[in-house]
Design a protein around this ligand. Structure first.
Ligand SMILES: [Zn+2]
Length: 301
């Protein structure tokens, strides 16, 4: 824990200094397979303390091979996830909530009441308005990321889902989600730093965390627009992407091409994670987050 304690002290002092090389080595040696919630919380706090550093913030992010196999979440996280899950099941509309950090508060800020969007997206202008309001009215110092929901009835109909009785294990990030997360963390595009991106879908909680090399890789290969990115990934995986139906902030429309040879979206998520060094976690209701990418040594073929 020495690494995180060091970072925590830096944060308390509000210093904007770079980590020393020996601290990075400690981080690598300290890699463990399970993070308690307090470990996860301190990691997020250490990232937030350098969110707006122009150079070097990536040094605080873990290399992709250092993320643990499991992350425990606190009761507050599960309460919010479950609230959003319930509300979405009732009206089949996406919900959105901000994750942030307050000055002088060790807890991670989680927006208590999620905002409601449409059945396939929460429009960007509503998200922007909510964030601005939160930044003005509460003492939130940094934005760490966001949580949004996918109505399972909608995704069942729109995308190919393996026929399991519960659909557990089918939840995924839309390709628009993947683009938004990569773009928002790409220092050449939007310069927002939001290392956590979470989706609640059906009985699952999904989380993406960026790694030390994500920004560098996104600068090298990320298409300039969401449409280019989404179309490229769909078409090379056997889907037809319909640009005409896809409006800004209103989801994405893709249909299978032929003979159901399309790659399931959750597997396209993994392909994208592999290219950009993203860690993907999946957990069930009230359960810990389990890493699905990079795969554990024991689950490799
Ligand atoms: Zn989404």
């Amino acid at each position: 824990m020495e690494f995180f304690e060091g970072l925590f002290r830096r944060f308390k002092k509000q210093e904007r200094v770079q980590p020393k090389p020996e601290q990075r080595q400690v981080a690598a040696k300290d890699a463990v397979s399970l993070w308690s919630y307090s470990y996860f919380r301190e990691y997020l706090r250490s990232l937030a303390s350098h969110a707006f550093a122009e150079e070097g913030r990536e040094k605080f992010l873990l290399p992709i091979n250092q993320y643990p196999e499991q992350i425990e979440l606190s009761r507050d996280w599960h309460t919010l996830f479950n609230h959003m899950r319930r509300e979405t099941a009732l009206d089949q509309k996406e919900k959105w909530a901000m994750i942030g950090l307050k000055i002088d508060d060790p807890a991670i800020y989680l927006q208590k009441t999620a905002i409601t969007g449409l059945s396939d997206a929460v429009p960007f202008h509503i998200i922007e308005k909510t964030m601005m309001h939160a930044l003005k009215t509460s003492d939130i110092a940094e934005r760490l990321g966001s949580i949004h929901t996918h109505p399972r009835d909608k995704t069942d109909k729109s995308w190919i889902m393996p026929p399991t009785p519960t659909n557990i294990g089918c939840g995924h990030f839309s390709l628009t989600d993947m683009f938004n997360h990569l773009a928002s963390n790409n220092s050449k595009m939007y310069v927002f730093f939001r290392p956590v991106y979470a989706v609640v879908e059906g009985n699952e909680n999904l989380v993406i965390l960026i790694s030390q090399t994500t920004d560098y890789k996104a600068q090298s290969y990320l298409p300039r627009t969401r449409d280019q990115f989404v179309e490229e990934w769909y078409t090379k995986n056997g889907w037809k992407y319909d640009r005409e139906k896809t409006d800004e902030g209103n989801g994405e429309y893709a249909t299978p091409m032929t003979q159901r040879k399309e790659t399931p979206i959750k597997d396209i998520n993994i392909q994208i994670a592999r290219l950009y060094d993203l860690a993907i976690y999946r957990g069930h209701t009230n359960g810990p987050l389990i890493r699905v990418f990079p795969p554990s040594i024991s689950t490799l073929p």
